[in-house]
Write a protein that binds this ligand. Structure first.
Ligand SMILES: [Zn+2]
Length: 132
């Protein structure tokens, strides 16, 4: 039987922007460049969530009843909002603002998808942000 290769994916450190490979099953890792802990799993928000920073190398998904209030929100792969996001600054690969979602805050992303029915009440958008 052929041995299966472990599935790897490339992530980018949100502290120092170093890119490296991790196992697809990893949830948290330490960045080999800056040694700081990184969350790499997807974060799904189902309820109200007030934090200073919400960061992952994966995706942040804010569900319909979810609400995030944070100074900084980073989803290196993507941020998908179906509920409410209120932040000073969000950074993501791709931002999806779904119908009925509410967005307030600055946004730096490679691309943004705002669907009909979504509400963006405030924020300075930089798209594409090529440093991401
Ligand atoms: Zn790093």
């Amino acid at each position: 039987m052929a041995k299966k290769k472990p599935v790897q994916r490339t992530v980018q450190c949100y502290h120092c922007e170093n890119r490296f490979d991790v196992s697809a099953k990893a949830m948290t890792v330490s960045c080999p460049a800056c040694n700081r802990p990184l969350m790499v799993e997807d974060v799904v928000i189902k309820t109200a969530h007030a934090v200073r920073k919400l960061q992952t190398c994966g995706r942040i998904v804010i569900q319909k009843r979810g609400r995030v209030m944070a100074d900084l929100v980073v989803g290196q792969e993507a941020i998908e909002v179906m509920g409410i996001l209120e932040t000073k600054q969000a950074k993501a690969g791709t931002v999806y603002i779904r119908p009925k979602a509410r967005w307030r805050g600055d946004c730096h992303a490679r691309s943004v998808v705002i669907e009909a029915g979504a509400r963006v009440t405030e924020g300075h958008f930089v798209v594409p942000d090529t440093t991401l």
